[in-house]
Design a protein around this ligand. Sequence first.
Ligand code: AMP
Ligand code: MN
Ligand code: MN
Length: 344
Amino acid sequence: MLPASASTGPTEDDWAAAVAAVRRLPADARVLLICHVNPDGDALGSMLGFGLGLRRLGVRRLQATFPGPPEVPESLRWLPGFDDLLVPAVDAYPDPDLVVCFDAASESRLGELVDRLDTAGEALVLDHHASNTGFGRIHLVDPRAAATSVVAEELLARLDVPLDADTATCLYVALATDTGSFRFEATTPAVHQLAARLIATGIRPGDISRRVFDTRPFGAVRLFGEVLGRARLDPAAAAGRGLVWTYATLDDLARYEQQPYVLESLIDSVRCTAEADVACVLKQVAVDEWAVSMRSKGAVDVSRVATVLGGGGHRFAAGFTGRGGADEVLGRIRAELDGALTGS
Ligand code: AMP
Ligand code: MN
Ligand code: MN
């Protein structure tokens, strides 16, 4: 069953339970923070920002981790807490006193670390996906929040942890990432008020934005050129709303000597296509396996399409793992896009 917070956000009881779970930790408690596989700015930023806050509360035995390959985009490797909090998944406490999950809508996003939900003394979930399945025991899930870091900041405030520049940097990166640098619909007055509180700690938004969004290796610039050059526009797709798509293979990455994570921002260069409501990027992860990113300008709820195809996400940004050839995966996307609009 979905938690009550799935549509309305956390209740006062939820907040009280979360605060109590942290406050009652013994001095030598082991706390494990987990964010979703292939972590983005919100996953890492909310997790590390919260971790730094817990440290200020005196939590000493503290680990942060995520499932899958222990690789993080260079654009996020400089985050405060990255070097001293993050551990590879294989080294994560097997039975922590408290586990806290960040930005993961379902257990599948926790990969091999999912067993910690059962082995931990207490399981707290911080998230903002409307599709959150209600896993874990204490739920701070607010689909109205622009980023998981909005929830993390409120919990830190309720724990009376003052914001310092390091915590603020992590939470700011998370907020800026999930709002597309304060451009998306989720950019409410509350988002700007939170950004103001974070910037007031003395952090430098210009430096942060350049490091996170505007820096990539020259090889990646040229790789983007080639991959964008093969983009295709299908104006009839999505019941006439239009689809623009491209793909990048493991061979493309090898030729330009690039890591898979450089492709995370590729969708942003594709989705600006005026003639298409939906944008799609297929990123090869293995033979016949693709990480698919989808974006919508509003006519299509891409989370519905992604969920039917085995993934999830938000109305305007969603994804799934596609199996088979690129054309096959695209065929399934096209079929679901038509269905999503005609209601069939
Ligand atoms: P991305 O295109 O990778 O930036 O992902 C956009 C959003 O889609 C993320 O914030 C996730 O909520 C969701 N998402 C992406 N991939 C998956 C997946 N394989 N399973 C579930 N949700 C996903
Ligand atoms: Mn995320
Ligand atoms: Mn998020």
